[in-house]
Every structure is written in structure tokens, then in C-alpha cells.
Design a protein around this ligand. Structure first.
Ligand SMILES: Cc1cc2nc3c(=O)[nH]c(=O)nc-3n(C[C@H](O)[C@H](O)[C@H](O)COP(=O)(O)OP(=O)(O)OC[C@H]3O[C@@H](n4cnc5c(N)ncnc54)[C@H](O)[C@@H]3O)c2cc1C
Length: 464
């Protein structure tokens, strides 16, 4: 114990951030993640303030043969950002974003959230594809793909990743770009947190808004699949302009909704239409007239505000969660019926589930260009169990797993979205998802992390 205390004291020397161990006042707060089910106790939490801290923490772990968990925004549902018996490198103190409006590039620190990026980029009417809410971390979301409202036109987050600075397992700072260590840049585009701590991301920016049209008509599930079928056919014809989700949920007791709808199962057709007001309105109109509405939240608003709309629905550290998503080759009527049936059977009123069209921007990138791999899937289905009480764990996890399994007949070669990986318990999911790219990833893993220091993720075993 003394040796360990001495080593931790060494780590604290010159550390600009803070080094926390069991018993420190901030320790429990620092190990808390978004999913309230996750309760892990790292040996040390290194709350880094800069690259030098990250290097020091990695070297500390390396010298003691300890594994490292990396915390970006802390939103990974599997809880990969914390570990038992290891070093948790917490990047939440590294959130600076610098935008170069002339070159349309954002340089983003490894612990930033999408709110941080939107805030800086939108000051110049610019944005890069993130997710659908603002509080998720840029780090985790980007490294496994990144699906947001802009994917139809601008692809996934990884498709906009120009370069990254990474602290690798030997404590070196390595630049990954098209010209330097391009193998590493390729691997970061979908290969997750396997290769080191990304301290800086560089993203391409695009002109977005600031005001855009938010599309959100809500329909009763009881009225049947008609609106979803019509939506499916419509977005297939407009898959550059409209990258949307059909989200199933239960109406909360909230005055924003008509009282007669409280507690009813519904689905929302949610997306963003860019472009000028008249064109966007014309594009969205047919989706808002598909049957009797519960309500319609559509309207023009600032892009950054849309990104924040769902933040309150998913508060940090309060709910228990198990989410699992898979890609679908197609969306036949039978899959729509199944998604509706699953939604009806969800044991918790907080649970959501969703169908996502991929959009042209996602499909535009050839399979070999990124570690993410094949882009031929047209759709994604996600079963997102959310509940409050530990006594309900088994029923809710079983629902999500079963909903996911029942979609198998429509699935794309057993591939899953690795940012919604259940609790990460199914190791074969990673291999099946990477498919042909897995061998190459193993070689790159062996080059940058031969001892598998970074193993709390969708783990890629280093090649022998
Ligand atoms: C409420 C909610 C909404 C979501 N919405 C979307 C969405 O719209 N679109 C979408 O695509 N996904 C979405 N996700 C999934 C999200 O992409 C993943 O949960 C992702 O892992 C979150 O990233 P994070 O940095 O917050 O996670 P963390 O839990 O902090 O990190 C997860 C893992 O990512 C890696 N990692 C994180 N940062 C770094 C870094 N700087 N360097 C190296 N590795 C790093 C590590 O392996 C880490 O264990 C959502 C999740 C939640 C909970």
C-alpha cells in the first residue's frame, strides 16, 4: 500500500490537473458516468488539464503495468470510460475548441462535448456533424462513427476528421493525418479508443444555419404504420437533404403535450432541413401531414438550440440504461411492424427506440477508406432501454436484447453500431462489425498499443 501511495504521490508532482484516489472528496463524483448502472472504482483518476498531464498519466500506467480507461464526455452506455483497478484518464477538463473560420477547421480538445464545438463553430455559421444531443463527448462519439442530423449532406463525424494528436501507450505524442501516420488516422475513423488518448481532433466545418428548420411531427402508435411507411419512402427520395430518425416513446406528463396524450405510445419523425426557409418548409411539409397528430414541434430555430433540445430528456447519472443498435439492409413493412411491436412491449415509459435512415453522405464513403468499414446499410434500428429502478434491470435489459435479436432477419451481416453496444458483453460484435477490416486494425493496434493498455472499449486484440 505504501508503494502505491508513493507512486501516486509521484504522479501528483507537477500534475496541473488533479489526481484522485478512493477517499478523496471528488473521487465519487469523478467516477460517475452517464449510465447510472455503472459503478466502477479506478485505482487512480487522473483529471488532466493538458497534454503534459495525459503523457504523465499514461507513463505512470505504463510503468506499473496498469490498464487505462479514457473518459471523454462519459456518455458511453457500456461505461467504458471507467474501470476497476486501473487508471482512469479523465479529459473533462480539456474542452477547448478553436475555430479557424477562413480555413473552416475546428481544433477540438479530447474532452470537449458537442455543445462546446457548436458554441464556437456556430459563432461563424459553421458546424461539423456531431450527434443528436449536445452533452455527449466528441471523443467517444467520433471514434466509433458519429451519426447526427447533418449526415445526409456531410457524412458521419469520422468523415470530417482531418487529423488528430494522440498520446500512445508509450507516452509519445503522435500526429495522425493524411501525411503523417495515416494508418493511425484510418484506425481512429471507427476503431474507437483502442489506439491511445486523442488529445486534439481537427474537423472540417461546413456552413450550417445558424437558423434551420427542425422537423418533429408526432403521431400516435395506435393509428398504425402508415406514417412510418410514407416517411420511409419519402426520405429514400430525399436522402441527402433528410437524415432523420423515427423515434418511439411514451408521452410524458408534461404540459408541452396535450393531456389526452399523456402515457400514450407515440412516434416522432425527427430531423433538420437545411437551406432557405421556403425550400426547407416545402421539403418537410409532407412529413407533417401523414395522419392525426399528437402535436408538432416543427419550427425554425438555431441549429445549436436544436442540438440541446433532447439534453434534458437524458440527464447525466440519473437513469439506468442498456442500448443496442444494429444496421439494417432495408426497411420492409415487417421491420416497421416489429419496431412498433417492440415499442409497445417496452417495460419502461422512459425507454426509447428508433429507426434511422443513413443518408447519402454516409454511403458516399467507400468501405476501405475508414476503419468503420462498409457503408451499404440503408437503416439502423436502436433499442434503448431507460429505467429508474435497479429492481427492473433484468426486465429492461431482456427487452432491449430481444428487440435487437428479433431484428436479425433484416440485419446487415451481423453488424452493429459500436457506440450503442449493449454493455459491451458481446465480444464477437466488434469482430463481426469490422469484418474484413479487423485484421488491419489488429496490426495497427499492435503498432501503437501492443500491451493492450487501452482495453476498456470495443476491444481490438493486438496482432501477435
Ligand atoms: C444520451 C445519449 C445520446 C446519444 N446520441 C448519439 C447520437 O445522436 N449519435 C451517435 O452517433 N451516438 C450517440 N450516442 C452514443 C455516443 O456516441 C456514445 O455513447 C459515445 O461513446 C459517447 O462519447 P463520450 O466521449 O461521451 O463517451 P465516454 O464514455 O467518455 O467514452 C467512451 C469511450 O470512447 C473512447 N474515448 C472517448 N474520448 C476519447 C479520447 N479523447 N481519446 C481516445 N478515446 C476516447 C474511450 O474508449 C472511452 O471509453 C448517444 C449516447 C447517449 C448517452
Amino acid at each position: 500500500m505504501d508503494a502505491q501511495n508513493n507512486a501516486v504521490d509521484d504522479l501528483k508532482k507537477d500534475f496541473a490537473g488533479s489526481v484522485l484516489t478512493e477517499g478523496d472528496a471528488e473521487f465519487d463524483n469523478a467516477r460517475q458516468l452517464w449510465n447510472a448502472m455503472i459503478d466502477r472504482r479506478p485505482t487512480v483518476i487522473a483529471r488532466c488539464r493538458g497534454v503534459a498531464d495525459v503523457i504523465q498519466a499514461v507513463r505512470f500506467a505504463e510503468s506499473r503495468g496498469m490498464p487505462v480507461a479514457i473518459r471523454g464526455g462519459g456518455h458511453n452506455v457500456a461505461g467504458h470510460a471507467a474501470c476497476d483497478a486501473g487508471v482512469m484518464i479523465d479529459l473533462s477538463g480539456m474542452r477547448a475548441v478553436h475555430v479557424d473560420p477562413a480555413r473552416r477547421i475546428a481544433v477540438v480538445e479530447g474532452g470537449a462535448t458537442w455543445a462546446d464545438v457548436d458554441r464556437e463553430a456556430q459563432a461563424f455559421g459553421l458546424a461539423t456533424p456531431g450527434g443528436l444531443i449536445s452533452e455527449t463527448g466528441v471523443g467517444g462519439l467520433t471514434l466509433s462513427g458519429g451519426f447526427g442530423y447533418l449526415r445526409g449532406r456531410h457524412g458521419m463525424s469520422i468523415d470530417n476528421l482531418l487529423a488528430a494528436d494522440v498520446v500512445t501507450a508509450d507516452g509519445r505524442l503522435v500526429r495522425a493525418s493524411a501525411d503523417e501516420n495515416s494508418d493511425l488516422l484510418w484506425a481512429l475513423k471507427g476503431g474507437g479508443g483502442n489506439f491511445g488518448v486523442v488529445v486534439r481532433f481537427e474537423f472540417a466545418l461546413h456552413k450550417v444555419g445558424p437558423e434551420v428548420l427542425f422537423i418533429a411531427p408526432i403521431y400516435y402508435l395506435d393509428n398504425g404504420p402508415g406514417p412510418i411507411r410514407a416517411w420511409r419512402d419519402y426520405v429514400a427520395q430525399h436522402d441527402e437533404e433528410l437524415a432523420m430518425i423515427c423515434e418511439f416513446s411514451t408521452v410524458p406528463e408534461d404540459d408541452e403535450f396535450p393531456r389526452e396524450a399523456w402515457g400514450k405510445k407515440v412516434f416522432a419523425l425527427v430531423g433538420v432541413a437545411l437551406g432557405d426557409a421556403e425550400e426547407a418548409e416545402k421539403l418537410a411539409r409532407p412529413l407533417r401531414e401523414l395522419g392525426p397528430l399528437v402535436t408538432d414541434f416543427s419550427g425554425r430555430m438555431a441549429y445549436a438550440d436544436i442540438q440541446r433540445l433532447f439534453d434534458a430528456q437524458t440527464p447525466f447519472g440519473e437513469m439506468r440504461c442498456y442500448w443496442k443498435a444494429r444496421y439494417l439492409t432495408n426497411l420492409p413493412d415487417e421491420m416497421i411492424d416489429l419496431a412498433m411491436e417492440n415499442a409497445v412491449n417496452a417495460p419502461s415509459p422512459n425507454t426509447i427506440s428508433s429507426l434511422w435512415n443513413m443518408g447519402r453522405g454516409v454511403r458516399a464513403v467507400p468501405a476501405g477508406d475508414t476503419a468503420f468499414g462498409d457503408r451499404s446499410m440503408r437503416w439502423m434500428y436502436s433499442a434503448d432501454g431507460v429505467w429508474a429502478d435497479a429492481a427492473d434491470d433484468a426486465a429492461n435489459i431482456a427487452w432491449a436484447r430481444e428487440s435487437w435479436s428479433r431484428a436479425e432477419p433484416f440485419a446487415q451481416q451481423g453488424r452493429a453500431y459500436l457506440n450503442f453496444p449493449g454493455h459491451g458483453e458481446d465480444g464477437s460484435l466488434t469482430r463481426d462489425t469490422f469484418g474484413d477490416g479487423y485484421d488491419r486494425l489488429q496490426k495497427i493496434k499492435a503498432k501503437y498499443d501492443p500491451g493492450n493498455m487501452f482495453r476498456f472499449n470495443q476491444n481490438i486484440a493486438p496482432a501477435d
